[in-house]
Design a protein around this ligand. Structure first.
Ligand SMILES: Nc1ncnc2c1ncn2[C@@H]1O[C@H](COP(=O)(O)OP(=O)(O)OP(=O)(O)O)[C@@H](O)[C@H]1O
Length: 560
């Protein structure tokens, strides 16, 4: 292994050696990658007619950023997420090789719906035998490699539940539904047990580059090691302080320790994105590097505003005299709340609209229709029409269902103001009045409302709608995870407790008060702050005297 060399984004490195690049935010990692791909396209003699460079990144936004910046040679490049890469090139063509072990039908790669999840959960003994909840199962199950096998495990539990978890998985596979994690595990199994598949991948892809490598999980790293053991050149790029996907199995050590034989390691210094004033703050948040602005970009000191987020955002738009303000929030519900200017209530804290409905409405048909139609309306409001139509169409039997779906969506959108600020019952009545999709009535017991009806009469549509995630489109109000890899002139970081928690200054503002880059929540806020090019703002609900003294050196402070 070479010792670490310092490079810049515009320098060339040998194209046929494995490499690893480590650098902080704004150092030019993505810019380097795009330049390097061009370099390979121009100089490599290993790219025949049917061979390609695979450029893997972890989010669809990452894919878009790279595709946007690459202006040539796109026929020889496949920019994709690791899941789509493995699904297309390993699982789909080679699933037949593991048919006798797993008997899966690889027809589509989709996320299972919540209804299916809870229904299937009830059909297992996981709850009774292992005291697992449905939610735990969804959030904490992962595959890990044990010798020659990939086994299922639940984070935080030590007992071996593989056999029971596997039975649960099979229920999905029988329907042709795979989770993202299954794609990784099954691909690893194919590549590990059938070396001829490795030969095929290597001959198709002489180069594999991975951006945001700090987000790689151990199965992904093992897969990359298998493929690049020979012939294929691997280049990985990342920053351990921006590792924010531990819930998907990524871990910082994995990135720090990853090394192949003959792999050159490079470092990039400095930060070309942000002003020195912003860098001074970023440098306080992490002490392992000290970034400077080579262009000596100057600007205002970051500003921390104490106040309620909607008015803070408006105040800033006035300050910068523009609407070009990106608000970045930790949770999906907080980001949607900024977008819709609707405050959320603490008890709406479940992860999805389906899980809230499951908890509050025992009628399966009614909640399925309500969830789909709410999603359809919200997707359509953000112009994701295809997804909106898909949601409605699942409830239509008519051959002309697409036209009918469009007309339903149109009707619901044009009467949006009549139900959006009101209890959900109004939305329910609207759908019922259409007389197209069957919606079960609420039963009364001796004239009394059931808990379901009570829920529909006391929960506002707009509050519930905040839970709806839109994977397709993101605008000015994003989650920090959605903003990763991007850069924006003006950034407002909204500091809030997690839904269902009260604001606790030392915890929620800990990333400025007592920064610790080994703490993932601090890293998430670090990613947020490091997106800002020119103006960086924070918004907190409250600031104590002691905290004022702690942070006044790095931030201006104002009270609204
Ligand atoms: N050598 C350079 N000279 C001038 N500008 C540069 C240079 N390197 C990068 N930049 C610019 O700085 C910004 C940040 O670069 P880039 O997005 O490649 O950083 P990154 O390391 O991928 O950041 P992050 O990890 O934070 O996403 C971009 O606008 C890029 O064009």
């Amino acid at each position: 292994m070479d010792s670490q060399k310092i490079i810049t984004a515009d320098m060339s490195i040998p194209i046929n050696n494995h490499f690893k690049i480590i650098a902080g935010p704004g150092a030019g990692k993505t810019r380097f990658l795009v330049n390097h791909i061009r370099n390979v396209l121009h100089h490599s003699n290993r790219l025949g007619r049917n061979k390609k460079i695979a450029c893997i990144t972890y989010t669809n936004i990452g894919v878009e950023t790279i595709v946007d910046r690459l202006d040539e040679g796109v026929d020889h490049i496949e920019v994709c997420t690791i899941h789509s890469f493995l699904f297309t090139h390993v699982l789909k063509p080679f699933a037949f090789l593991i048919k006798s072990e797993h008997d899966i039908r690889v027809t589509k790669n989709m996320k299972p719906s919540e209804h299916l999840v809870s229904g299937y959960f009830d059909r297992t003994n996981l709850g009774t035998r292992h005291r697992l909840s449905n939610k735990e199962l969804i959030q904490k199950t992962f595959w890990f490699i044990e010798g020659d096998f990939c086994k299922l495990h639940v984070r935080g539990k030590t007992v071996d539940m593989h056999a029971d978890l596997y039975r649960y998985k099979k229920l999905f596979w029988e329907k042709g539904i795979l989770h993202y994690d299954d794609v990784l595990a099954l691909s690893w199994e194919i590549l590990h047990n059938h070396p001829e598949t490795l030969r095929v991948i290597r001959s198709k892809f002489p180069y594999i580059f991975v951006d945001e490598f700090q987000d790689t999980s151990s199965i992904q790293a093992e897969i990359l090691k298998l493929i690049t053991e020979k012939e294929t050149t691997l280049g990985v790029i990342g920053d351990s302080a921006q590792s924010i996907y531990s819930f998907q199995g990524a871990n910082v050590e994995q990135f720090n320790n990853f090394l192949l034989l003959d792999m050159s390691v490079y470092k990039m210094k400095d930060n070309h994105r942000s002003t020195q004033e912003i860098l001074n703050l970023l440098n306080k948040m992490r002490t392992d590097i000290n970034q400077e602005s080579p262009e000596q970009k100057k600007g205002n000191k970051p500003l921390l505003l104490v106040g309620e987020p909607f008015s803070v955002a408006n105040y800033i738009r006035g300050l910068i005299n523009s609407n070009d303000l990106y608000t970045l929030s930790y949770s999906n519900i907080a980001a949607n709340s900024m977008r819709d200017k609707v405050e959320y209530v603490a008890n709406i804290s479940s992860l999805t609209i389906e899980s809230i409905l499951i908890d509050n409405d025992s009628n399966n048909n009614r909640r399925k229709v309500i969830a789909s139609l709410m999603k359809a309306v919200e997707f359509a409001r953000q112009k994701s029409y295809k997804e909106a139509i898909r949601e409605v169409s699942r409830h239509l039997i008519d051959e002309d269902s697409q036209r009918q779906a469009i007309s339903i969506i149109h009707g619901l959108l044009s009467s949006y103001s009549e139900y959006s600020s009101n209890p959900l019952i109004e939305f329910y009545e609207k759908i019922k009045a259409l007389n197209i999709i069957h919606l079960p009535n609420f039963q009364r017991r001796k004239g009394a409302q059931t808990p379901a009806e009570h829920f529909y009469r006391t929960t506002k549509y707009a509050e519930l709608a905040l839970l709806i995630k839109n994977q397709e489109k993101v605008g000015f109000d994003r989650t920090i995870h959605q903003a990763k890899g991007g850069e924006f002139e003006n950034v407002l970081v909204v500091v809030k407790p997690k839904p269902n928690q009260n604001y606790n200054e030392s915890r929620d503002l800990g990333f400025l008060l007592n920064p610790d880059i080994n703490n993932e929540e601090h890293r998430v806020y670090y990613v947020a702050a490091s997106r800002a090019q020119k103006n960086l703002y924070f918004c907190v609900p409250y600031l104590s005297e002691t905290s004022v003294n702690k942070i006044k050196n790095i931030c201006e402070i104002e009270y609204l």
